[in-house]
Design a protein around this ligand. Structure first.
Ligand code: NDP
Length: 222
């Protein structure tokens, strides 16, 4: 049975990834931060591990927690947002929270998990955003978040060179109805996740290191 790892699986897109990959018959390892999250992923038949990606001791234990695994599909889903735009300087607190979760956490997880994905010739996907794309930017809303996802795109594109037997991508889930996306978002969580699953299942070598959209559109990083 093939194995899927979801980092940041307690709710939202991560939890729906767990649900759909379990429904597909995969073994799923899901990381959460608290007991409530653990119960939700276990109720879907996933194995739970506790990881806080902003806690260096916690995230550096990933390789140890996953020792000996071959991972067919890994997803780095953990993410936070802050909304202020470029009319005010970001606070150190907002900057650190967003960059730590969205960028540093991903960069710390990547070298630990990518060798296990290489063992399976698998895919390591990182949840990015269309808000990371410099070429199509039309406002500065959530500008620290935009910066964090643009940085994530670069981290993943660069790292692809070091893990040639795995496919590393960034993926935009669309604007999705979750705690982060809000109730008025146009994309239903089920559609976003089923779209991402099909994209991940049909990647080509040309997609390595690239940003893709959940509906199959390929996008430039800039
Ligand atoms: P939610 O806010 O609904 O869920 C965020 C998830 O990230 C939760 O599982 C949360 O865990 C986890 N998380 C946050 N901080 C940490 C941490 N320090 N360590 C481990 N896990 C953490 O967000 P979504 O499901 O909407 O978003 C998932 C991803 O998709 C994010 O990376 C987001 O940036 C991206 N995205 C979402 C869009 C949308 O419209 N929803 C659009 C574009 C991108 P906990 O429950 O413990 O807080």
């Amino acid at each position: 049975m093939s194995t899927v790892l979801v980092i940041g699986a307690s709710r939202g897109i991560g939890l729906e990834l767990v649900r759909q990959y379990r429904e597909e018959g995969r073994r799923v390892i899901a990381t959460v931060r608290d007991e409530a999250g653990r119960e939700r992923v276990q109720a879907l038949g996933a194995e739970a591990k506790q990881i806080d990606v902003t806690n260096p001791a916690s995230v550096s234990g990933l390789a140890w927690l996953l020792d000996g695994e071959k991972i067919d599909i890994a997803l780095y889903v953990a993410g936070v947002i802050r909304r202020p735009n470029a009319l005010t300087p970001p606070t150190q607190q907002d900057f650190d929270a967003v960059m730590h979760t969205n960028v540093l956490g991903a960069m710390q997880a990547l070298p630990q998990v990518a060798p296990m994905v290489e063992e399976a010739g698998g895919v390591f996907a990182f949840l990015s955003s269309s808000m990371s794309q410099i070429g199509s930017v039309d406002d500065s809303g959530s500008w620290v978040y935009r910066v964090s996802k643009a940085a994530l795109n670069m981290a993943v594109a660069a790292a692809q060179n070091d893990y040639p037997r795995a496919t590393l991508i960034t993926i935009d889930p669309g604007w999705v109805q979750t705690d982060m996306g809000g109730a008025t978002a146009p994309v239903q969580i089920e559609d976003s996740v089923s779209g991402m699953r099909s994209v991940i299942a049909t990647l080509t070598p040309e997609d390595k290191g690239q940003l893709l959209h959940y509906d199959g559109r390929r996008a430039a990083h800039w």
